[in-house]
Design a protein around this ligand. Structure first.
Ligand code: FMN
Length: 171
């Protein structure tokens, strides 16, 4: 499948089956992350935290639901969640790098028929809560940048999304 077709196929999935993601597919998703472009090639300023054990996913989701008083499941019951942590900087590079890492992972997942959804909001909840932050054992100079939830989509063969495009000007 060509890259543009995979991009068009990818869409945020928020309902997953209980089927687990294989180790082989997890490794491909991680390889995609490792091959993302990073500003100034600062790969050593980021860390990925992989959560795919049921007990740990349950523990963190319960904590998040409690602390953030969420009405929806924080990971939409995905069976794999990958958090991206990075060293805090004043620049906007952090967010750009994180976006590149996440999009790479989501595109490979899409090619493998694995659903995914970008999770930004919960990263703010984690960073603002000592107890949640301690779950990751994060060093003081690191913060959670964002996360992605993955799983096998409950609904198969979803129609492609019609996207509105982005205002484009030729200068
Ligand atoms: C930077 C960023 C942050 C996002 N944060 C969240 C989030 O916290 N929760 C969520 O359900 N979706 C989140 N999304 C998913 C967007 O809502 C989704 O990508 C958008 O509605 C377009 O839909 P699509 O992904 O199906 O194309 C985020 C997406 C991006 C790019």
């Amino acid at each position: 499948m060509k890259s543009l077709e995979i991009m068009k196929k990818r869409q945020s999935i928020r309902q997953f089956s209980k089927e687990l993601i294989s180790k082989e597919h997890l490794n491909l998703i991680l390889e995609a992350a490792y091959n993302a472009p990073i500003g100034r090639a600062a790969y050593d300023q980021y860390k990925l935290y992989v959560l795919n054990e049921k007990d740990k996913l349950n523990k963190l989701s319960t904590m998040l639901i409690e602390k953030a008083q969420l009405t929806k499941h924080p990971f939409f019951e995905g069976t794999l969640v990958i958090f991206i942590a990075g060293i805090k900087t004043e620049e906007r590079l952090n967010g750009c790098d994180t976006g590149c890492i996440i999009e790479n992972m989501m595109l490979v997942a899409s090619e493998l028929n694995i659903g995914s959804c970008f999770l930004y909001r919960i990263s703010q909840t984690i960073n603002n809560n000592k107890e949640l932050k301690s779950f990751f054992n994060l060093e003081e100079n690191y913060q959670i940048m964002s996360a992605v939830t993955f799983g096998h989509p409950l609904e198969k063969n979803l129609p492609l999304k019609i996207r509105p495009g982005i205002k484009t000007k030729y200068l």
